[in-house]
Design a protein around this ligand. Sequence first.
Ligand SMILES: [Zn+2]
Ligand SMILES: [Zn+2]
Length: 374
Amino acid sequence: MTDHAPRSARNAPRYAACVMPGAHRPLEIRELPAPDLEPGAALLHTMYSEVCGTDVHLHHGRLDVPFPIIPGHVSVGAVAALRGNELCDIEGERIREGDVVTFLDVHETCNACYHCLVAQQPTRCAKRRVYGITYSANDGLLGGWAEAIWMKPGVKMVRLPKDLAPETFIGGGCGLVTALHAVDMAHVRLGESVAVLGVGPVGQSIVALAALSGATEVIAIGAPDDRLAFARRMGATQTAGLDLTSEERIAAVRGVTRNRGADVVIEASGSPDAVSQALDMVRDGGRVVICGHYTDNGPVEIHPHWQINRKHVEIHGCWGSQYHHFHRAVQLAARFGDRVPWGEMVSNQYGLEQAGDALAAVESRRAIKALIVP
Ligand SMILES: [Zn+2]
Ligand SMILES: [Zn+2]
């Protein structure tokens, strides 16, 4: 329906969506009408949408969201309809029906507020909206766990390069984008050592990107053992399990860094204790990035003299991502997808009706990554 007038809602086709009606409530399937596409909007037929740890947190009521919601913030789909001839990617190339695209879940950052323009931290913009998180299902098909997704005007779509299988990109997915942001912040230099706390989807991609950045030691710390084994395939040179005491894990990092500690430590576990351990594992003057605490997992005691001040350590918090992180993540997956087994991180695929099972699998850590295939 390129450039056609919007259809009347009465005749619009309907699409099934998996709706999370509220915290701890069972998921349900609802039928929603196709949107009346406004100029600059598009409709995707969903191929894959991922189940992220954030979706588990949403279901536990740990983020303030407008239930009922359609979860799913990173997705891949085929363009089924678009309105207007002006829809282009950032290279100025037209987006066309049939294109296989992904899109940055974050949009409507205003480019007019203090955070956007002065601080240049648009991830803190109050106008920011996020697919699968900040929209109610009553607003329409604005989450990925649905047969179709409404691309509002201004949403940044990226066409998947020809040599990038959708399964490879979505295998990395949200965790890959977050990992790229965190590794950017850590300024990993060639030949440095990097310790990664947490071996979920974010930690696994941090391991891969640290290795691609030229780190000569990449130490993955976490559990269970099969995830540590997978981390080796992602590029870890050493692993340490949670069967070790925290002192033993810190000693393991010191053991491969001539007792100095790692140049860079990135926390992606979500455990408050890991933040304190990160400060003990980093070398004097090293860098620590915290990206595992997207939700409130509680406090931890830090000793400012010994762990921060005297160590002269740099600490960064990493929240959300911008278009450039997303764009580069797609290009990286295309370039290195044959070497880094992102696609194999997906343990299971689930239909819309099985989304509850998918959430349970991610929550129990039976799956590193689960996909919804509507
Ligand atoms: Zn996510
Ligand atoms: Zn703003």
